[in-house]
Design a protein. Sequence first.
Length: 257
Amino acid sequence: SPDCSFTCHYRCRALVRLDCSGPPGAGDEDDGNEQALEKDTNVDEPSEWEKAELDQTQVEQRIKEYNSQINSNLFMSLNKDGSYTGFIKVQLKLVRPVSVPATKRVPSLQAGRTGPHTQGVKRRTSFYLPKGTVKHLHILSHTRASEVIDALLRKFTVVDNPRKFALFERSEKDEQVYLRKLADEEQPLRLRLLAGPSEKVLSFVLKENETGEVNWDAFTLPELHNFLRILQREEEEHVRRLRHRYARCRQKMQEAL
C-alpha cells in the first residue's frame, strides 16, 4: 500500500488483512494531543494521590464509596484475606496491526501413510483492532499492569510479544489530556479505587510501548530477518539516489567545460 508501505512475503499476502485506506497518521482526534502532552509532561511520575497508602479500614471505606457511586453492577468486593476484586475498563488504541494465529492442517509428507496423520502448520495473520475497542477485566487488587497486558492479549488471541505493548493511565484536567505509562509492578485496580469511578479522573489505555529505543529482544527471528532485508533495501535505494545526484552534477560540470 502507498500509505503504510507494508512489506510481506509474497506467499503470506493471502493471510494478511490490513486496512490502509486512511492517510498516514490518521486516528482518533485526541491522539495527537495525547502524544504531545506525553512528551511535554513528566508522565512517568505518579501523582501524590496515587502514592497514598491505605490501611484495611480505609480500603473498606473506599470500596463502599466506590460502589455507591457507580451506575452498573461492576462492584468491588473485599476479600477475607484483605485483598479486593473489581473491574477495570481498558481501551485499546493500537496504531499498528496485531498478529493472531491461523492454523492450517496439511497432510503428512510421509508417503504411504493413511489415516489421521496430519501435521499442524502454524501461521499468523495480521489485522487492525477496531478503533474504540474496549474490554472489561475482572482482576485482583494485587494484579500487576504487566499481567493486565497479558490478559488482554489472551482475550484477543494476540500472539505478539507483550513487551511490545504498554498500559497507560489517562486523565483529563483543565481541558487537557495527560498520559502516564504504568510500570510493570503497578496495580491498576488500586489506582481505580483511589481515583474513584470517574473516567475523566482516570481511565486505562493499551498502546504500543513507545520507549524511544527499540527493544529488539521482543521480536522473533523471522521478524528480525525481515527488518534486515528492509534496511538493506532502504540503504540500496539511498545509495542509488546519491549516485544519481552526483552523476548529474558531474554531467553538468562536463557540459560547462
